[in-house]
Design a protein around this ligand. Structure first.
Ligand code: SF4
Length: 495
């Protein structure tokens, strides 16, 4: 999966001050505010949670607005993520000591006790049960107790974009400072009820979760423990959600999961998901958020090359290292040569393709020679950008115990070199399109009138003129005029 996919495909919400956000809220409604760290999948699941709260009569207010309930959907992919989770919890508690703070997701799965010790936390729910948060909230009886819900992740259970019936839970409540509930898990396809992933402030592009967990067991990765083993969403259920999203006005669906290329239910594969979405009237674009090398169906190249097909020319294919020695130690499933072949095949098959990647620096035993192999490979590949992150030892993973850890300063230096290269490569990629007219799905409009959106091949375009009417959710061509940082300034032909 893409470890930093939230930056690859940022949510299409806007930033407002807390006061602005609270304006116009119905005072009678309880307010809930969500905070999400980590990948696109987490973002998607927060959307579902928001909907479930709305269904329960809550008003959803964005980050840091005053609320009675704060929900933090956590990430645990690095030590830094863990620290950030704890920092946010403390900040929320300082902001409103009376509020209920619920902490859910990957970090809650891996270290619930550490979270429960932080002042202000009332509820901790791991990955398996987080989508049932509104049921568990009703179980909280006082601010002095913490309810921990962390059943074992069941391989057959799918904690995807579905919301359970609000039937009473047969949970056992324990009156202790920290409580743990062990309970039977409801299979994903038995009594679960569908609900969408959008909230009122996400109306252009949204994720469709098709898969969760991972069986690949890369040596550095905590995801198979935090999210469990790979499991797939029922095809009819994702069809139902996709139809509803389009009815609600969504123009672009991002196919999301931890390892989407492995999707399989019966005879259905990722290609069937794309085929189905392509038939949906009203939907303009299909994007795949991130996909593991070696799992990409080649038919997708053909779809992306077809101007009539809704699958956009975009791949995010995590490389992690350009050294075969390190790739083997990481337990990645390809060599540098195989990755190179795949990238060139895609690049030569699909016009205007944008390919991004993830790279890890400072994996244990990564020597200067091995780092240089990565640098050299990244230089020569036709990549548009990369997300770089330092190796972070996660307890429970094989890499945690590896002896030769790379010093933090070396990781930092290597990371900086790669980030610099990524910035240059993005500019080179953008340069190729200057002067062209390209359709942009306009997404966000700031109070000062600035509006931006993305092309199909993932170029962020900022409109270089004032525009009076709201362009959000419209797919309109614009002339790409000028590079500006990591974006391109665009102008309408008639402007
Ligand atoms: S185990 Fe490997 S393939 Fe699976 S989520 Fe982690 S990095 Fe991605």
């Amino acid at each position: 999966m893409s470890l930093l996919s939230e930056t690859a495909l940022p949510p299409d919400s806007e930033t407002f001050t807390a006061d602005e956000l609270n304006e116009g809220q119905e005072p009678a409604k309880k307010r809930v505010s969500f905070h999400t760290l980590g990948c696109r999948l987490n973002q998607s699941e927060t959307g579902v949670l928001a909907r479930s709260f709305e269904q329960q009569g809550y008003a959803v207010v964005p980050d840091y607005a005053r609320a009675e309930v704060y929900v933090l959907n956590t990430c645990t992919v690095t030590e830094h993520s863990d620290a950030k989770n704890r920092q946010i919890i403390r900040k929320l508690h300082r902001q409103n000591p009376e509020a209920i703070i619920a902490v859910v997701g990957c970090y809650a799965q891996i270290d619930p006790e550490a979270i429960a010790k932080i002042e202000g936390v009332s509820l901790v729910i791991g990955s398996e049960e987080k989508m049932r948060i509104t049921d568990y909230l009703a179980q909280i009886d006082s601010q002095n107790t913490v309810l921990i819900v962390r059943p074992k992740i069941n391989k057959t259970t799918f904690t995807a974009a579905v919301i359970p019936h609000s039937s009473a839970l047969s949970t056992q409540k324990l009156r202790k400072q920290t409580k743990t509930i062990e309970r039977d898990v409801v299979p994903a396809n038995s009594t679960l009820q569908f609900s969408g992933t959008t909230t009122s402030h996400q109306s252009t592009r949204t994720s469709l979760k098709i898969q969760d967990g991972c069986d690949f067991m890369c040596a550095f990765c905590i995801i198979p423990f935090a999210r469990g083993r790979s499991r797939y969403r029922e095809f009819s259920n994702l069809q139902e959600e996709a139809r509803m999203l389009v009815q609600e006005g969504i123009r672009e669906i991002v196919i999301t999961g931890v390892n989407v290329g492995t999707y399989k239910t019966g005879k259905r594969t990722l290609v069937d998901v794309v085929d189905f979405l392509n038939t949906l009237p009203g939907l303009s674009r299909i994007r795949i958020s991130s996909i593991e090398p070696t799992t990409v169906p080649e038919l997708l190249f053909q779809y992306m090359s077809d101007a009539q097909h809704k699958l956009v020319p975009f791949f995010h294919l995590p490389l992690q290292s350009g050294s075969d020695i390190i790739l083997q130690k990481m337990k990645r499933r390809y060599s540098a040569a195989e990755y190179t072949d795949e990238i060139w095949r895609a690049f030569e098959s699909v016009p205007d393709l944008c390919i991004g990647t993830d790279v890890m620096v400072g994996f244990p035993e990564e020597s200067e020679t091995e780092f240089k192999s990565t640098l050299k490979l990244l230089k020569k590949l036709p990549l548009a950008y990369f997300h770089v992150f330092p190796f972070s030892a996660r307890n429970g993973t094989p890499a945690f115990k590896m002896k030769e850890q790379v010093p933090p300063t070396v990781k930092q230096q290597r990371g900086e070199k790669l980030r610099l290269l990524s910035t240059k490569k993005r500019r080179v990629f953008h340069q190729k399109f200057l002067g062209q007219s390209r359709e942009v799905l306009w997404e966000s409009m700031k109070p000062d009138g600035t509006i931006s959106g993305y092309t199909d091949n993932y170029i962020r375009v900022v409109l270089n003129e004032l525009y009076n009417s709201d362009l959000r959710n419209q797919l309109l061509p614009v002339r790409l005029k000028e590079l500006k940082g990591q974006t391109i300034l665009g102008k309408f032909e008639s402007g």
